[in-house]
Design a protein around this ligand. Structure first.
Ligand code: GLC
Length: 483
């Protein structure tokens, strides 16, 4: 059986994990120093958001060299040491592969413009009506040539042309480069954009809602021709060929029903429907069923990452313990975003904006200790300040049986005991319930106590204290075992 089948993967956002040299930005040596935290949580792997050289238009997702480490994070030597230390602790390491676009400052853009998607304008305007995710047209005119280049995200991120065999070969080389350094897999960025309609047909206006949250302007169109092309399959086959049996997890931001073709070559895709489901029984249950069905065991369950509001801000602080039970008792991969395990909340919007798409609040440093200014993250001035380290930190929660951190640890320790499969069960209104073999899981999404229809032994509760017989407290969750 593959090492990752039911593994927990811990997402490290390198700028904000641990600084080791006092410049206020996290780095590889800092990650190595804190590996013990990830191991003690019980995770089987860590995923590093990009550490490649980047001009930071999109904080690392604009890569200017795929086979190097940005000096702010350290050197390739530091990287090799991190991989070795992770492996010593039985932790696997996943890189973030960004195959859809590069930075506009990547040498390819000037030396090999044919590796990007170019087109002539329509009159004075762009070649078609496609939109960039973060706003505005998906095309920018190059002043020198007068032609337009495509960018699914910021204009500083030109899209690569995966119809060009040189692009395919170059990306395969990137995969082989990191595999040779011992990397165990990749989270693959934005792959629903990898290949677009060759005829560049206009996207139609949006009819039915997309099913996942989208920026308002971008949601005006149905992205029929600019995303999710059937030809993406060939591109993924090429990545698989280079990756061998490495774990490949896709960021495919489409409703689960459309993820099937991606799973022909990937091991798993993020279950974004559950991520974004409102904290209510009916939508949660529908999302679990839809993702589990579509992915046939290849769901990567996730409730937070660096792109969206943190979990307490989305589901309410009163529900984060039950959310942890839900996330960590579903079958398949589960992803935990750094700080989620101590209940970190969004930071304030400050005058100094780093990410133009407004994602700074989700990226504040991990609060290792209670000191409010630096929180154990740095000895210098942190690039983004800790939010509320006096209220929550790894140090203050570690060893406290009532803490969220200890609940995450207990749940991860319990995972291997849960039986195979997933059977949804009917319980009281407002309760999401399912069986994993002999184990039953019940999650109360409401503010009222709810009856439990089963007489079974309690294995784990989201709230400390005895469960009163047959009843689940407000916002509580429980794992039971049938006799
Ligand atoms: C993914 C990343 C996001 C980035 C985008 C473009 O969605 O998670 O942070 O901005 O791709 O690379």
């Amino acid at each position: 059986m593959s090492w990752w089948r039911d593994a927990v993967v811990y997402q490290v956002y390198p700028r904000s994990f641990q600084d080791s040299d006092g410049d206020g930005v996290g780095d590889l040596a800092g990650i190595e120093r804190r590996l013990e935290h990830i191991a003690a949580l019980g995770a089987g792997a860590l995923w590093l958001s990009p550490v490649y050289p980047s001009p930071l238009a999109d904080f690392g997702y604009d890569v200017s060299d795929h086979t190097a480490v940005d000096p702010v994070y350290g050197t390739l030597g530091d990287f090799d040491r991190l991989v070795a230390s992770a492996h010593d602790r039985d932790l696997r390491l996943l890189m973030d592969l960004v195959p859809c676009h590069t930075s506009i400052e990547h040498p390819w853009f000037s030396e090999h413009p044919d590796r990007y998607v170019w087109a002539d304008g329509r009159g004075d305007g762009p070649p078609n009506n496609w939109l960039a995710t973060f706003g505005g047209p998906a095309w920018t005119r190059d002043e020198r040539s007068g032609r337009w280049y495509l960018h699914s995200f910021y204009p500083e991120q030109p899209d690569l042309d995966w119809r060009n065999p040189a692009v395919v070969a170059a990306m395969q080389d990137v995969v082989r480069f990191w595999r040779a350094r011992g990397v165990d897999g990749f989270r693959i960025d934005a792959i629903d954009r990898l290949v677009k309609d060759e005829r560049l047909r206009d996207d139609p206006p949006a009819g039915a809602p997309f099913g996942l949250p989208l920026p308002a302007e971008y949601a005006r169109l149905e992205h029929l021709y600019s995303t999710n092309s059937p030809e993406i399959r060939q591109a993924l086959a090429a990545l698989r060929e280079a990756a061998g049996d490495a774990l490949l997890v896709g960021e495919v931001y489409v409703p689960s029903a459309a993820t099937g073709p991606y799973l022909e070559h990937l091991d798993a895709v993020f279950a974004f429907e559950l991520f974004h489901a409102p904290w209510e029984e009916v939508p949660l249950r529908a999302a679990i069923e839809a993702c589990a069905k579509a992915s046939k065991g290849g769901a990567a369950w996730v409730l937070s990452n660096h792109d969206f509001a943190r979990l307490p801000n989305r589901v309410g602080a009163e529900n984060v313990r039950a959310a942890a039970v839900l996330l960590l008792t579903l079958p398949g991969l589960a992803f935990v975003y750094q700080g989620e395990e101590i209940g970190q909340v969004d930071g304030p919007v400050t005058e100094r904006v780093y990410d133009r798409a407004g994602r700074d609040p989700f990226r504040h440093p991990v609060q290792w200790g209670p000191e409010p200014e630096r929180a154990g993250f740095t000895t210098g001035t942190p690039w983004l300040a800790p939010v509320d380290a006096g209220e929550r930190s790894v140090a203050s929660q570690s060893g406290d049986p009532a803490s969220l951190l200890e609940l995450y640890r207990a749940l991860i320790a319990l995972r291997p005991a849960l039986g195979p499969g997933l059977t949804m069960l009917d319980a009281a209104p407002g309760v999401v319930a399912y069986a994993r073999g002999d184990h039953l899981v019940a999650v109360n999404t409401t503010a009222e106590a709810a009856g439990l229809p089963w007489a079974a032994e309690t294995v784990l509760e989201s709230e400390p204290g005895p469960v009163s017989a047959g009843s689940l407290g407000p916002h509580a969750a429980v794992v039971l075992r049938r006799d």
